[in-house]
Every structure is written in structure tokens, then in C-alpha cells.
Design a protein around this ligand. Sequence first.
Ligand code: ATP
Ligand code: MG
Length: 275
Amino acid sequence: MKIDLLDCCARHPAARSTAPDALRRLNLHISQGEQLAVIGPSGAGKTTLLHLLACALAPSGGELRLDQKNPWSLPRARLHRLRGALFLAPQVPPLPPRQRVVTAVLAGRLPHIGLWQSLRSLVYPTHMAQAEAALGHFDLADKLFERVDRLSGGERQRVGLARALLAQASLILVDEPLSALDPTRASQAICALTQAARERGASLVTTLHHVDMALAHFPRIIGLRDGELVFDLPSSQVTPERLRTLYAQHLDELSAAPPLASFDSAAPVVAMQCR
Ligand SMILES: Nc1ncnc2c1ncn2[C@@H]1O[C@H](COP(=O)(O)OP(=O)(O)OP(=O)(O)O)[C@@H](O)[C@H]1O
Ligand SMILES: [Mg+2]
């Protein structure tokens, strides 16, 4: 999906009327099939940006265009259909506690199947092989019939990501997918997401606190701070100096990245790649 943000502003619905916009006059162009990571300190507006792109939040100024159409000017039925082509994986996936993992993962398909099939799949899950394969990418194939409330936080997070693999979306938005994962699983999860998006030609926008992961796995990096675009660069051009400016006064948030000493040189940061 092609995305254009034109002087876009946005604010959380619960924000005080006196609070500044969470996103301020943002201009971005994202081509179909592009993969990018959004980084920046806490409160920079990363989640707000994903909600805006997911059409969960209307811009408070400027314009959002998805495939050259302003979604908020579409009739309700078409907006609903458009939302079916967008998949947002929130940081904490909303999984009903007593649900089986298989059902939770297959929920990724719901926007693309009819009502009758949706209801039927709640009782008799179909496409189990697909669910198992998706879970396999996250080392969770053995949890297919486990109840969601019997999983650890990291396992639940990975179930939410496995769901993204089943969504037939043309824009995949993932909020902090690695917050509860160990380094090996984090790398595995990012590889699965980027590969799945590439295979289906979907655009992928991920917010990440793990700067090293962002630089290693995404060709384009957006740096946000106080709702404003600080940089929009190929990852090879994101230097330690630029990172220091982005995180100024929040350098502790770079703890997931390589040690701060390594930000002393002007060289780009490099980390491991998918196999
Ligand atoms: N629940 C809320 N109620 C009111 N205002 C909010 C709420 N959530 C976010 N905001 C406002 O929106 C701004 C941007 O928040 P957002 O969640 O987009 O930041 P973020 O970059 O995702 O931060 P984090 O890295 O901590 O997840 C915040 O600084 C805050 O002013
Ligand atoms: Mg956030």
C-alpha cells in the first residue's frame, strides 16, 4: 500500500485540550512494499503514527492518503473495507484469556473471510496447518492448543505477531514487537515479519526501541522526537551522532542498542542480519 502524510497532525483522543499535538505537521511518503522502522524516545509519537496509519485515529490537521485516497472521506462501508487491508499489531495483543492459541492466531484471517466462516472458525478452527506454520516462525508451534492465559508475556507477544503472518493485509503496522523478547527470539521475530511482508508485497512499518535491530533489519529509518520528524534516512546513514541528537536527554533509552561507547564514532551502527 502506498502512503502519503501531508502536513499531518494527530493527538490522542484523551489528550488535554492544552496539550501539544502528538504528531506535528508530518510529511512522509511510503511506497508499496517498503519496510521501515520508526525510532525515537518515549512519547515521541510512534504509537500515534501507527494508529493514524491504521485509520484508528483521524488526523487533527493535514491529510493522510492511502493508495491516493483520503480514508476519512470514504463512505463508511469503504472505510471498513480499507481497514480490512490494514493490520495493526499492538504492543500488548488483545487476546481473550481463555482463548486457545490456534483461535487467537487464526483471528488474523477474520477481516478476509465471511461472517459465517468467522463464526464457524471459532468453534471448528480451519487452516490449522497455517496457524501452526505461523507459530513455528516464532518457536511456538507446540503451543497450538494451549490457552492464551497459560502463556508467558513474551509468548503472548509472539502469538500476536504470528497473527500478523495470517493477515492478508497490504499494510502491516507493528508496535514495539520486541519489548518482551530475548535477543534471539527478537531477531527471529523481526526476520519472520520482514520476510512475510516481502513475500506478499505488503508495506511494513514497525516502531522499535531496539535501535540496533532497527538498523540491522530495516532499510529505512524514521527518527521521531516530540511529534516531529528528526530524520528519514537509509539505515546506512543513521550515524551515532544522529542517534545521540534524536535521544538527547533520553540516552538511557538507547540501552537496547550497542553500548553507548560505540556511539562515539561517526560510523553507522551495524548488527546481525536474517539468515
Ligand atoms: N492515553 C493517553 N492519554 C493522553 N495523551 C496521550 C495518551 N497516550 C499518548 N498520549 C500523548 O501522545 C504523545 C505521544 O504518545 P505515543 O504513545 O504516540 O508515544 P510513543 O513514541 O509511542 O512512546 P513510547 O515509546 O513510550 O511507546 C504522548 O507524549 C502524550 O502526550
Ligand atoms: Mg508507543
